[in-house]
Ligand binder design. Structure first.
Ligand code: HEC
Length: 119
């Protein structure tokens, strides 16, 4: 009896939770754009090794198509494990503020590049 009651309560809340979710936009809102906010950061902190004098891992971050294709890989190495840019390498540096901007931009569907996938 108690179990049936509990199932009903869970179903009830799940229903309203799903209804609530479906009315929200799939992406976090952001005003950051590729051209104005993110490109200068990539130019300062990434391009030297990915599209400038070197193209490490064959990844050019000058090319919007490659960025779009690799957006979740970029998310992983910049935001999740913070392997990029490599520490103590060529004096290239990414500030915490810029890392946060990249995070918000990707989670906001990377305006100006577009991931086509909900976060
Ligand atoms: C000093 C050179 C250097 C800089 C600067 C740099 N990278 Fe890298 N990047 C590398 C190297 C070297 C690798 C390969 C590392 C490995 O395989 O462990 C790599 C790997 C990657 C990968 C993984 C590619 C794959 O196919 O596995 C991504 C994504 C990436 N970098 C993004 C970035 C981003 C975004 C920035 C700027 C925030 C950046 N990198 C800055 C040298 C650099």
């Amino acid at each position: 009896m108690f179990l049936i009651h509990l199932t009903t309560v869970i179903a009830f809340f799940t229903f309203f939770f799903l209804v609530g979710c479906s009315t929200k936009p799939p992406y976090a809102e952001t005003k950051l754009t590729w051209e104005e906010d993110i490109r200068p950061i990539f130019e300062a902190s990434c391009i030297e090794c990915h599209g400038g004098s070197m193209i490490r891992k064959n990844l050019s971050l000058k090319d919007p198509d490659q960025i779009r294709k690799n957006i979740w890989k970029i998310y992983k190495v910049v935001i999740v494990n913070q392997k990029m840019p490599p520490k103590n390498d060529m004096g290239i540096f990414l500030s915490e503020a810029d890392r946060i901007k990249i995070n918000q931009w990707i989670r906001g569907n990377a305006p100006g590049i577009g991931t086509g996938k909900p976060y």
